[in-house]
Design a binder for this molecule. Structure first.
Ligand code: ADP
Ligand code: MG
Length: 233
């Protein structure tokens, strides 16, 4: 479902061109639970942002769900992202003036022209799924970090995206909260076969994914399938 071929990313910073990603190729199949790992500054976020259509590669080809992303203009790219991709950020990025309910509903209003009744059903289902139904009328400043990330997960999933990207989703959480957030994503991946792509060095995530992609100095240095027992995990 994702085919990235020879992606390159060069940031132009004044006089200097910074070649952050040199040659990145990767195929990701539906339902994978996969993480990019690598030291800080190695380019994990840069790759995630390109795969997640938040940023465009300088060179290379990126095909998602049969669509060649690199040939879309800005508006089409934003539409494509809204229809197919969910994003979860380290710092949650909830909208402070919207309630929990409204934060989750927001992508449906912005992107997908769903009638009100259907919107409501989807939002309530997801609130229930992430265990936040009883908090739906609160505002982001009134809930904990772990609860914020649950809301962000619901917001990322509300459009029924094919792929969810999560950039260091547990970095601002204590380890117990982090574990429960990871378990939630794992449950969603198993029940809905949603593809999750992480960028993280959190061992708690790394120990749960099915595949690890190591990035060092802008190149993939290792692509490792991790086989895990399916019982009792
Ligand atoms: P990671 O997520 O692995 O920590 P990043 O993808 O954020 O790495 O960054 C990789 C490199 O690219 C770093 O050296 C960083 O300073 C640089 N970089 C990231 N974003 C930009 C940008 N918008 N402009 C210039 N340089 C950037
Ligand atoms: Mg990063």
């Amino acid at each position: 479902m994702i085919k990235a071929k020879h992606l390159k990313k060069v940031y132009k910073t004044g006089e200097l061109d910074l070649e952050v990603i040199k040659d990145f190729s990767l195929d990701i199949s539906k339902g994978e639970f996969i993480s990019l790992i690598g030291p800080s500054g190695s380019g994990k976020s840069t790759v995630l942002n390109m795969l997640g259509c938040l940023d465009t590669p300088t060179e290379g080809s990126l095909n998602i769900n049969g669509e060649e992303i690199t040939s879309l203009d800005k508006t089409k790219l934003a539409n494509f992202r809204g229809l197919h991709i969910g994003f979860i950020f380290q710092s949650f990025n909830l909208i402070p003036v919207l309630s929990v309910y409204e934060n989750i509903e927001y992508p449906l209003i912005m992107i997908q022209n769903l009638p009100e009744e259907q919107r409501k059903e989807r939002v309530l289902n997801l609130l229930n799924e992430v265990g936040m139904l009883d908090q739906k009328d609160k505002f982001p400043e009134q809930i904990s970090g772990g609860q914020k990330q649950r809301v962000a997960i619901a917001r990322a999933l509300v459009t029924n995206p094919a792929i969810v990207f999560a950039d260091e989703p547990t970095a601002n959480l204590d380890s117990k909260t982090a574990n429960s957030v990871i378990e939630l994503m794992q449950k969603i991946q198993k029940e809905h076969n949603t593809t999750f792509v992480f960028a993280t060095h959190d061992e708690k995530i790394v120990s749960k994914v099915n595949r690890l992609i190591s990035i060092v100095d802008g190149n993939i240095t290792e692509d490792r399938k991790v086989l895990r027992g399916t019982s009792n995990e």
